[in-house]
Design a protein around this ligand. Structure first.
Ligand SMILES: [Mn+2]
Length: 316
């Protein structure tokens, strides 16, 4: 019999596991990856008697692997806030799923543990960009503004570390990052004692600086297109960069392309002031997503011009 701790490599996944293991220490095999790598359960190869703890990856994407693990005789504890689909009806399945828009997995775990390690849940909520939820959760702790701001920065730094195409793009493997913070009951001590926080903060600022030096391929008041080079820093920063652009120009739509060997990975954000049209546009190029934000995994290089034209046509 084996324990597996299976968690998203972002701030929310790491802080969710951290809280659980502070409450109930356990030697387990860690299964994790970059933020976008959510098909984690199948990697465990669960057998009879194994115990899987799964955190912050959608049950819908992992449904088959979970069903297989349960059928093999494993027990599964599942904590998550993403759209889940149907929950397995099996005595070995213990689900803690809440898809409310102001909840993240670490807040679900915090509820489960009656707020014992609330500080880490606050860090995670900031990391998942649930700023109001984080501040609300922090209220009973009576932190001052500086402390709250530091926890906010830590959440962002841990979250930033999870962005990349593969773990090779990351500054820290999420499993190593988890092991580094595992001894700390208080994130304020972690910030102070470990170099991780400063390293990530600085690296994030550097990546963003590089992105901001990139001249747009197209830019007018309605729409702007940026093409980042084929480099680890591009793959790490493109989400944060897109957010920054959207904040700076809320009336404008943004497309951020990251160059790959065979074309581009595309993310489109509709104007914040009118968050529509991203899904239709990206679906037409083999991608998908939501009205406000969508993406294309691979836009062939030859399609670039056609995409830019369609993007401009959607937002003019
Ligand atoms: Mn999350």
């Amino acid at each position: 019999m084996k324990f597996y701790d299976i968690f998203n490599g972002d701030a929310d996944g790491i802080c969710a596991l951290h809280q659980l293991r502070l409450a109930e220490p356990r030697e387990a095999e860690l299964v994790t990856g970059v933020k976008r790598d959510t098909l984690l359960v199948e990697r465990a190869g669960a057998r009879s008697g194994d115990r899987l703890t799964v955190l912050d990856v959608s049950l819908r994407s992992n449904a088959r692997a979970v069903a297989r693990a349960l059928a093999a005789g494993a027990e599964v504890d599942y904590f998550d806030h993403h759209v889940a689909g149907e929950l397995p009806q099996h005595p070995g399945f213990h689900g803690h799923i809440d898809t409310a828009h102001d909840v993240c997995t670490s807040l679900i775990v915090d509820r489960h543990l009656s707020g014992q390690f609330r500080l880490w849940a606050v860090v995670a909520a900031f990391g998942d960009n649930l700023v109001e939820s984080a501040i609300r959760a922090a209220q009973p702790l009576q932190l001052d503004h500086t402390e709250l701001a530091r926890l906010h920065e830590l959440g962002e730094a841990l979250n930033y570390n999870a962005y990349g195409e593969t773990v090779d793009d990351l500054h820290y493997h999420p499993a190593d990052l988890y092991r580094t913070l595992a001894p700390y009951r208080d994130p304020r001590h972690f910030i102070f004692d470990e170099p991780v926080f400063e390293v990530l903060k600085q690296a994030g600022a550097e990546d963003l600086g590089r992105a901001e030096d990139v001249k747009p391929l197209h830019a007018d008041e309605h729409a702007a297109v940026f093409v980042l080079p084929d480099a680890s820093w591009s793959r790490r920063v493109n989400g944060v960069f897109g957010n920054r652009l959207a904040q700076a120009a809320p009336a404008r739509a943004h497309a951020v392309l990251v160059t790959r060997s065979d074309g581009y990975a595309v993310s489109v954000r509709a104007p914040r002031a009118q968050p529509r049209g991203a899904e239709v546009l990206c679906t037409a190029f083999g991608g998908g997503g939501r009205e406000a934000a969508a993406g294309i995994n691979l836009l062939p290089a030859a399609e670039l011009e056609r995409f830019v034209a369609a993007f401009r046509e959607s937002y003019k």
